[in-house]
Design a protein around this ligand. Structure first.
Ligand SMILES: Cc1ncc(C[n+]2csc(CCOP(=O)(O)OP(=O)(O)O)c2C)c(N)n1
Length: 504
């Protein structure tokens, strides 16, 4: 919840947990905040200073535990320095590339007293924008490009910055793609938008990333998910002219050496670019054709082909796409079910997608709670696989306690489908530990006082959704998905047969 709050507001959500077991439970959230570049603060209880280093009850050295995936880990040993540490925690969490900060609080320090120290709300200004001379090489690259591609991602955009970058793309005729699980950075219905560069990438878009002559990556790390496992660009020198813009310098040139590396606030960069006069490309017609082609590819990709199955997850998502309000928040965790959402849903307003780029299962339920608490007037839809849902569904208690109206959609295929897919791919017919024994999800929701129903064929979904959206409280729809419907592209038996043939 704290991580999702940070994603929604740009300010750290604060999570307080007990010693080691609490810290271990919170670690997925800290890791997600790290990979997703989200500001967050975790406060952890610590043993008294008089017992430290004895492996006292639930004692852990949090500096070592969180070192690889927190921006800063510290322990407040002196009560008179609490304000200093807390203000610094906010500053570190929000500055540069945002991320999580962990503060350990020794038990005896918490009962010490000290005179109050003045503190104030920490505000990190995201200023800093390239000058005209900084942008000159970019303008030269744009003037030469026939197949440019703009890829945006990251976490420090304002709505004004997003508007600027979209205007820039439109005026310069540059197709705009969003990075993995950052699809809400651009209205997907906008003519410049050409899709998500993520795990289930449209093969035609993947080819476009390979083929483009200028890749303008703004705000996004070029990590494994965005580069299809570091295959879309050559390491370390991409064939495409790479312009990489990030708010902090440490990721620039980490894997890929850009032709132009710019450390800049994202809004500042977008604002500067929006002011650039349109560049006359050498082959204007070719550039327009490239833009139209990519948009057409995207539009084709989001229309589900006919599939002869009882309940088609693609049709479920296209129904959501048609029925939800434009600012509805859609959350999910990890699993094959999310591939349908990423492919077929269209996000049309900022902060409408809460999804972990870290790939953490169980994210959707607490993220939906954070969203509904933050914006009670918005529709909030949580998508979850059965495995994913069972990781955090005890939070239905929090939903009920706070009387929140969230629609939960559980894709129940009776298995950890993603892992089963890998097993069938690599060891066809040999499956291990991927079958799930599930509760009756509708009865489970009812035990929390939450209404719901089970849907087992495509045509029944829309009326179930109507009831869910009309419900004054939360509502759970369990989708009875056939295991055979393994992913948007594959069936279980088809995958197994293909792997058997390949191994023969
Ligand atoms: C906390 C966590 N544990 C394990 C994994 C590895 N993992 C990724 S997807 C997946 C299975 C997801 O199953 P389910 O939620 O039922 O969705 P499905 O793939 O069946 O659609 C697992 C175990 C993970 N990403 N996060």
């Amino acid at each position: 919840m704290a991580e999702a709050h940070g994603k929604l507001t740009g300010r750290p959500g604060v999570c307080m947990v007990t010693r080691a077991p609490g810290a271990a439970n919170a670690s997925i959230g800290v890791h997600t905040a790290f990979q997703d570049s989200t500001p967050m603060i975790l406060l952890i209880g610590q043993v008294g200073r008089d017992m430290v280093e004895r492996e006292a009850f639930q004692e852990v050295d949090y500096r070592r535990m969180f070192a690889p995936f927190a921006k800063w880990v510290a322990q407040i040993d002196d009560v008179s320095r609490v304000a200093e540490f807390v203000m610094r925690a906010y500053a570190v969490a929000m500055s540069g590339r945002p991320g999580p900060v962990v503060l350990a609080l020794p038990e005896d320090m918490l009962t010490d007293s000290a005179p109050a120290v003045p503190s104030q709300k920490v505000v990190v200004a995201r200023t800093g924008q390239p000058t005209a001379s900084d942008l000159a090489p970019l303008q030269q690259a744009l003037a030469k490009a026939v197949k440019p591609l703009l890829l945006i991602g990251g976490s420090t955009w304002s709505d004004a910055g997003l508007q600027d970058i979209r205007d820039f793309a439109t005026r310069q005729q540059i197709p705009l793609a969003c990075a993995f699980r950052r699809q809400d950075l651009c209205d997907n219905r906008h003519a410049s938008y050409v899709g998500e560069v993520g795990i289930g990438i449209n093969p035609e878009l993947a080819q476009a990333v390979r083929d483009c002559d200028l890749l303008l990556a703004v705000g996004t790390r070029l990590g494994e998910m965005v580069t299809s496992g570091y295959t879309l660009l050559d390491v370390p020198l991409p064939r495409q002219t790479l312009v990489h813009v990030l708010p902090s310098a440490d990721e620039l040139g980490r894997v890929y050496q850009p032709a132009i590396a710019l450390q800049s606030s994202l809004d500042g960069f977008a604002h500067a670019c929006a002011g650039l006069a349109p560049v006359a490309a050498p082959d204007q017609a070719g550039r327009s054709a490239w833009q139209r082609q990519l948009r057409a590819n995207y539009q084709r990709y989001i229309e589900p082909p006919y599939r002869d199955v009882r309940l088609d997850p693609a049709r479920v998502i296209t129904c959501l796409r048609e029925r939800l309000e434009p600012d509805a928040v859609v959350t999910n965790g990890a699993g094959n079910y999310s591939a349908w959402a990423h492919r077929y849903h269209q996000f049309s307003s900022s902060h409408s997608q809460l999804a972990p780029t870290s790939g953490a299962m169980g994210y959707g339920v607490p993220a939906a709670i954070a969203a509904k608490l933050h914006a009670p007037h918005r529709q909030v839809i949580c998508l979850a696989g059965d495995g994913c849902f069972l990781m955090t569904s005890q939070e239905l208690a929090t939903v009920r306690q706070n009387r929140l109206a969230i629609v939960f959609i559980v894709f129940n295929n009776g298995m950890y489908g993603t892992i089963r897919m890998h097993q069938e791919n690599h060891y066809p017919g040999h499956t291990l530990g991927t079958d799930l024994f599930n509760p009756d999800f509708v009865a489970y929701a009812a035990s929390f006082g939450i209404a719901g129903e089970r849907v087992d064929h495509t045509e029944a979904f829309e009326s179930a959704l109507t009831r869910a959206l009309a419900c004054s409280g939360s509502y759970l729809i369990e989708l009875a998905i056939e295991p055979e419907v393994l992913s948007p592209r594959a069936t279980l038996s088809g995958l197994r047969q293909a792997a058997l043939r390949a191994n023969a």
